[in-house]
Write a protein that binds this ligand. Structure first.
Ligand code: NHO
Length: 365
């Protein structure tokens, strides 16, 4: 609302968090009633001394580095929020399971939560139910919840699905390329035209471009795609227990499953390039290309994640860069699905999903 004082607390200043803070330095000054009051990363935090102060969006990096305050626990944060009448918007740019597990308490205490963190919505079903039950509108007195960037970065996937459902459409199937990393890898490793690069080289490039999760194995094992499908499947009413409740194809060679770090994994990956070459050649023999896709068949209650071969003329085969493409097949749209396509990974576009949610939250609280 316009009259209320709104205090924004931001957790996490990594790849997405930094870009988000940059975007905030443009957004927040446009709203005179909104100020930044808290900022943390895993080992440090900064907070305003009293609620009428605000943190600087120009010098946050230096200020945070100079701070000696550790990051508070979620309970400590909640207690601190309890000392003001201001509306609080909590932005969780971490990938912390502990923070995600605390969303129900934040929401119940009328804290609004904005996040790209997939863990809250794709871990066990019980946590998801407690989050939904404790958020507006199921609990009319609770905080609002926004997580557009948890699927498709800044693309309107969650909001489109919500609009379809809330206007009474019947969603029959959702399918597409849900991983910016996988899209980048296959578009470059097995392009429609030309030979394509070496698998392990492309994996390193995706990591350097900031497309991958902090550990690239979280993308290659299919779990990142599985998480996004769990989020969407639950929204359409399928009670999926977890990402292990359906088949997920992993692209991690068995021998490398036990690597102790992402770096060790990247070092040893070139020895397995031949295996991926065989997958590429098999599709090529049929005039096709291979892509990593996910689908939700609502009537069959079936979720699937893995490699599939596509004709070279197919929209999925022709994707570029780190683009996602997601098709919603519904009763209203008939045989021509509603399609959303565009960049699906990386700090800037993911932060945009979070920033756009922040603006919605500022208007709603
Ligand atoms: P980083 O760079 O590891 O940053 C995490 C930050 O959180 C660090 O500053 C760390 O110090 C801080 N932190 C951790 N625990 C904390 C705690 N308890 N208290 C305070 N701070 C804490 O991770 P990213 O890349 O910035 O990601 C942040 C979140 O956004 C994660 O939950 C991630 O899953 C989510 N996210 C990222 C991306 C992306 O492109 N990087 C996307 C979506 C969501 O659309 C993107 C996507 O799906 C990418 C995917 N890999 C794909 O499709 O290929």
């Amino acid at each position: 609302g316009k009259e209320k004082q709104v205090s924004v607390a931001i957790l996490g200043a990594g790849g997405v968090g930094r870009c988000f803070l940059q975007q905030c330095s443009w957004i927040i000054p446009q709203y005179p009633n909104v100020s930044l009051v808290f900022l943390s990363r895993s080992n440090r935090s900064l907070r305003v001394p009293t609620w009428d102060h605000e943190l600087s969006l120009d010098t946050w990096e230096k200020d945070l580095a100079a701070s000696t305050d550790p990051a508070p626990s979620p309970q400590e944060l909640l207690d601190w929020f309890g000392t003001t009448e201001n509306e609080i918007i909590l932005v969780d740019n971490t990938s912390s399971q502990d923070i995600a597990a605390f969303y129900p308490q934040f929401l119940k205490d009328q804290i609004t939560v904005v996040t790209p963190n997939k863990k809250a919505f794709s871990s066990d079903l019980d946590l998801w139910k407690r989050i939904v039950d404790n958020a507006y509108p199921y609990n009319p007195d609770a905080g609002f919840l926004y997580h557009e960037a948890s699927v498709g970065a800044g693309l309107p996937i969650i909001s489109t699905l919500k609009d379809l459902l809330e206007t009474g459409d019947e969603v029959q199937k959702i399918e597409g390329v849900f991983s910016g990393t996988m899209s980048f890898l296959f578009n470059n490793f097995a392009p429609v035209e030309g030979k394509g690069g070496k698998w392990s080289d492309e994996v390193s490039k995706a990591k350097d471009a900031g497309y991958t999760e902090p550990d690239p194995r979280d993308d290659l094992n299919g779990v990142d795609v599985a998480r996004k499908l769990v989020i969407l499947a639950r929204m359409v009413g399928l009670e999926i227990e977890s990402t292990s409740a359906f088949p997920v194809q992993s692209l991690i060679p068995t021998e490398l499953e036990s690597c102790s770090s992402g770096d060790e994994f990247l070092e040893r990956l070139p020895a397995f390039d031949d295996e991926m070459e065989k997958v590429k050649a098999k599709a090529e023999e049929k005039g096709k290309v291979v892509r990593f896709v996910g689908s939700i068949d609502v009537a069959r209650k079936a979720v699937e994640v893995g490699l599939k071969e596509f004709d070279k003329g197919h929209a999925i085969a022709g994707l570029k860069g780190s683009d996602n493409i997601i098709s919603f097949y519904t009763k209203r749209y008939g045989s021509n699905p509603l399609i959303v396509q565009g960049a699906g990974a990386g700090g800037e576009v993911t932060a945009m999903g979070v920033s756009a949610d922040l603006i919605k939250a500022i208007k709603d609280v």
